[in-house]
Design a protein around this ligand. Structure first.
Ligand SMILES: [Zn+2]
Ligand SMILES: [Zn+2]
Length: 511
């Protein structure tokens, strides 16, 4: 078991390809797991270029016939290399020699609906049964994996510099309190100047905002009415491109009204705050001559998005405006400037992993800059330049970030030093959910070192018309938390009617 821990652009893929090659030479099978396989066409091309043959693919975009064919070929050992999504772990390998988890920190490896598992844990179990090797690869490893490497449980392979002569990008904060954008704008003057200069040099710039749609809130300026989803405790997000208001929790869409639903005044609705479409609108006004492209997961099919990535890599655009879709794994040679319009966006949540996730996202997105001959720069627009995450980004002190985060987790008994489980109790009526949560709390078996928190309303207190109440369980690291929760729920009243209890052991997302 090894953690391949290399900065962005350090050539980690080429390194694990060597292990793949050795596996294939030994007549064993190799499985490479990627978080966003449907969008990672370039990875398959690189594999083909290196090995002279295309690997078998396994992901949700395949037809049942294609799946059956791959399944059989893997079973019979006719296929030696598979590149796939997390579900590829369940393919019937007969000669498994190696599993690689590329971008091992990615949340897409955790399945939380239905059967609850993390591909990283599953890969380790699968590999130990088959006596195969595991490589976890990332420029921003999960705090868990870093701790395992620090403790000597994983071999730690470091690559601290970029491949060839490329240098890591210089990162700078733009303090929004002092040097922020003018009113009605989202791009600070300094960043706008850098975009112009970059495009003038014939290089590419990326403006990044991790929020889909046009505006996260629509408000009536006459009566103050805020548009909320009827079924969720969430604002409706305006998607101007499609002319609709959308709930990002349940997917409900309504046409954008022209009169206020509360006071009936016409043309009084105003968008509050920016989404990526609004940034694109400002970019069109400010940089009219730039060849622009907007990339967001709801802006096209996978095939269309793959085509856009190809065009960007070929240099067909000067300015890319995108969400986290562009942060992942892409290699654009001409891209030298990345501007993050709201670096604080992920930090506000009551999520114990907020700092880790933000550090990973900011490192990944700024890591798109300067991956070839020309050096790159990243700008972070922030109201909190002194936040530990922002400071670590600016100083490039990656090790300092991990050390600080591990210290905080250790002191708080949080993962990987302790374990967490979330119980979400939901019902059509708030009182019903709350009563059942109280009942569960009463029935919880006492155990040393085990702490229970709640019941409290979940961070998103209603989804699809269901009120959500949360209990959190915290235990020591070696504790059998799944076993405990199972035993606990067996000794309590079973949920009846529309009441539901959902258990997430070692949760990755907290909403
Ligand atoms: Zn909703
Ligand atoms: Zn109104």
């Amino acid at each position: 078991m090894a953690l391949l821990d290399g900065v962005t652009g350090s050539g980690k893929t080429q390194i694990f390809f060597e292990t793949v090659a050795a596996t294939l030479r030994a007549k064993k099978q190799a499985l490479i797991l990627l978080p966003e396989i449907a969008l990672t066409h370039s990875f398959l091309d690189r594999f083909t270029a290196r090995f002279g043959t295309r690997p078998a693919e396994w992901h949700s975009d395949m037809t049942p016939a294609q799946r059956a064919k791959v399944w059989r070929a893997v079973l019979l050992g006719e296929v030696q290399a598979v590149v796939g999504a997390r579900s590829a772990l369940f393919l019937p390998f007969s000669q498994l020699g190696l599993i690689v988890l590329d971008e091992e920190h990615d949340g897409a490896f955790k399945q939380s609906d239905g059967v609850n598992y993390h591909a990283r844990d599953m890969a380790i179990v699968r590999a130990s049964l088959a006596k195969a090797h595991v490589i976890l690869s990332s420029a921003t490893p999960s705090v868990e994996s870093r701790n395992n490497a620090n403790q000597g449980r994983y071999a730690h392979v470091w690559v601290k510099e970029r491949h060839g002569n490329a240098k890591l990008p210089q990162i700078k904060a733009i303090d929004m309190r002092e040097a922020g954008p003018e009113k009605g704008s989202w791009i600070a003057p300094e960043l706008a100047r850098e975009v112009f200069a970059t495009i003038d040099r014939g290089e590419q710039a990326l403006l990044f905002l991790n929020r889909r749609g046009y505006a996260p809130l629509t408000l009536c300026k006459e009566c103050g009415h805020q548009y909320q989803c009827d079924d969720c405790a969430a604002w409706l997000v305006e998607h101007r491109f499609r002319g609709v208001l959308v709930c990002h929790y349940c997917g409900r869409e309504t046409p954008r009204p022209t009169t206020c639903g509360a006071c009936g005044v016409e043309d009084a609705l105003v968008p509050i705050g920016p989404g990526i479409e609004r940034i694109a609108e400002e970019a069109a006004v400010r940089f009219p001559d730039a060849r622009r492209v907007i990339l967001s997961s709801d802006m096209g099919s996978n095939a269309q998005l793959r085509q856009r990535f190809k065009e960007i890599a070929a240099g067909d655009y000067d300015l890319i405006i995108g969400t986290q879709l562009v942060a992942k794994g892409h290699h654009f040679e001409k891209l030298t400037l990345v501007g993050v319009l709201d670096a604080d966006l992920g930090l506000a949540h009551g999520d114990p992993r907020a700092a880790e996730k933000t550090f990973q996202l900011l490192t990944q997105v700024t890591g798109r800059a300067g991956r070839a001959a020309k050096s790159g720069r990243g700008y972070l627009q922030t109201y909190h330049p002194d936040h530990p995450v922002i400071k670590a980004m600016i100083s490039g002190d990656r090790e300092g970030f991990y050390a600080h985060e591990l210290k905080i987790r250790n002191e708080g008994g949080l993962p990987p030093f302790g374990r967490l489980a979330a119980l979400i109790i939901s019902a059509n009526e708030h009182g019903v959910a709350l009563n059942h949560a109280r009942h569960l709390l009463q029935k919880a078996p006492k155990s040393d070192g085990l702490k229970l928190f709640g019941p409290a309303d979940a961070p998103v207190a209603m989804v699809r018309g269901r009120h959500r109440v949360r209990l959190l369980v915290q235990s020591a690291r070696g504790f059998d938390l799944s076993g405990y929760v199972r035993f606990w729920l067996e000794g309590a009243d079973k949920p009846k009617g529309n009441l539901q209890v959902r258990v997430d052991i070692d949760p990755v997302s907290f909403y």
